[in-house]
Design a protein around this ligand. Structure first.
Ligand code: ATP
Ligand code: MG
Length: 432
């Protein structure tokens, strides 16, 4: 077994921030071989910003808690069965995990044993770029060629892809997630073949784990290649059982970048990826929250009602009723569904109008309708909708007095119509 190679990295500013230094002292990093692991090390090697900072130590969790408490730091046992303790100091949090070896893996969970051997800990990690560890003095330990792989943007399993996938099927999704974020060279054919061979194993994962990975994947700057490969390997079929439309998804990601409109909205990207009208089975499969489920439904259901032939009145109406963000969503989704390449100018004009929109309030309310003598009931809503339609048509210009006058006119008209044919009068509320 290789003992791996070492590199000397320059000390980074995140490594010397006061809260982290406090934690390192508490863990006695001078004499115990405490190291940074995971994303912080990978991103440092790649020259990218560092987000959360994870540490690992040969000390067992009880000892970690004892040390933190001894130094007056708060310790929260967030995942003791996995050997993880969270240290909190000055509002900053750090996960500290005891070195582990996986003893049994059933495709979902691993039984773990603690170890003091850094090589064993590296061996159980998923990708070579994620299996690096870094001492606070800048010594980087690289057992599996992760340093070169990180620099090259090569996402590669530690060990045999098929074996590692069968230990934990989530690693298939993690592969495409890390490829979407950090991949700069193609995935190896053997890796893709292993994903294809074990795609059905994804059915054993919980919805929460799948959702978490998919959200991170869809939030990558450019996830199109990863999604395309997932479709080619039969992975996407497992995650999106109701089908998918990779071409529209690809167009949406391009349009986000070209128009600079709120890029990287994972739910909007998911909506683009689904065939129109489809959202229920995905919401179930991923156990989306009610808020996400409702938004996804709205995004996939309505069809391309806003397009490059939309007249200004219709756009104003949509903005008034829905607000700017949903209208922008619908413009982008409708545009991305176009297989021809339409002239961008009308679409850009729609987006600009949406971006410039400020919310407006109709200057009359249901109380005004009641005050005009209309009995409580569906007629109130109809009359209000008719007044709103008139006000929108007039470019939101009429003030309260003018709108009230028009409302009175509508009430009179509707009373007259009621007398004639009992139809209740006024247009139906507009369907958007
Ligand atoms: P991010 O910046 O997105 O948090 P990360 O690399 O820190 O990236 P995490 O999901 O936080 O990713 O995992 C931390 C580390 O734990 C990984 O870098 C990897 O070494 C290891 N790891 C996490 N999940 C697995 C897994 N399913 N199988 C093997 N190793 C894993
Ligand atoms: Mg992390």
């Amino acid at each position: 077994m290789t003992s791996g190679s070492q590199h000397q990295l320059r000390i980074q500013s995140w490594m010397t921030a006061a809260p982290l230094v406090r934690v390192l002292r508490a863990l006695d990093a001078g004499s115990v071989d405490v190291r940074f692991v995971g994303g912080a090390v990978r991103n440092t090697v790649m020259g990218l910003d560092v987000g959360e900072i994870d540490l690992a130590t040969p000390d067992v969790p009880a000892r970690v808690i004892e040390r933190l408490a001894g130094a007056g730091l708060k310790a929260v046992p967030t995942g003791l069965e996995h050997g993880t303790v969270m240290a909190i100091t000055d509002g900053a949090t750090f996960e500290i995990t005891t070195l582990r070896r996986d003893t049994a893996c059933d495709g979902r969970h691993a039984a773990v044993e603690f170890t003091a051997d850094w090589h064993e800990d590296a061996r159980r990690r998923d990708f070579t770029m994620n299996a690096l560890s870094l001492r606070p003095d800048g010594t980087l330990f690289d057992d599996h060629g992760g340093f070169d792989d990180a620099k090259a943007g090569r996402v590669r399993f530690v060990g045999d892809a098929g074996d590692r996938i069968q230990e934990d099927y989530l690693r298939i999704l993690r592969l495409f997630r890390f490829f979407a974020w950090y991949g700069r060279v193609p995935l190896e054919p053997a890796t893709l073949a292993a994903c294809r061979a074990h795609a059905s194993g994804l059915s054993r994962l919980s919805a929460e784990r799948i959702q978490q990975e998919l959200v991170k994947l869809l939030s990558a700057p450019s996830p199109v290649e990863a999604i395309t490969l997932m479709a080619a390997c039969g992975i996407l079929q497992q995650v999106l059982p109701g089908g998918f439309d990779v071409a529209s998804f690809a167009r949406l990601v391009t349009l986000e970048a070209q128009t600079g409109s709120g890029a990287r909205d994972w739910l909007r990207r998911l909506a683009a990826l689904l065939p129109s009208g489809e959202s229920g089975s995905v919401a179930d499969r991923l156990k989306l929250s009610n808020v996400d489920r409702d938004r996804l439904k709205a995004l996939t259901q309505a069809g391309p009602f806003l397009d490059d032939h939309t007249d200004p009145l219709h756009l104003r109406r949509a903005l008034f009723h829905l607000g700017a963000a949903p209208v922008t969503d619908r413009i982008l989704l409708a545009w991305s569904q176009r297989q021809d390449v339409p002239s961008p100018a009308p679409w850009r004009a729609l987006l600009a109008a949406s971006a410039a929109w400020t919310p407006k309030t109709l200057p009359v309310s249901g109380d005004d309708v009641l005050a005009l003598g209309v009995a409580a009931g569906p007629a109130v809503g109809r009359l209000l909708a008719a007044a709103a339609e008139w006000w929108i048509g007039a470019g939101f210009e009429p003030d309260r007095a003018q709108t009230l006058a028009h409302l009175r006119h509508l009430v009179d008209q509707s009373a007259g119509a009621d007398n004639k044919d009992g139809s209740g009068g006024g247009p139906e509320p507009l369907a958007l």
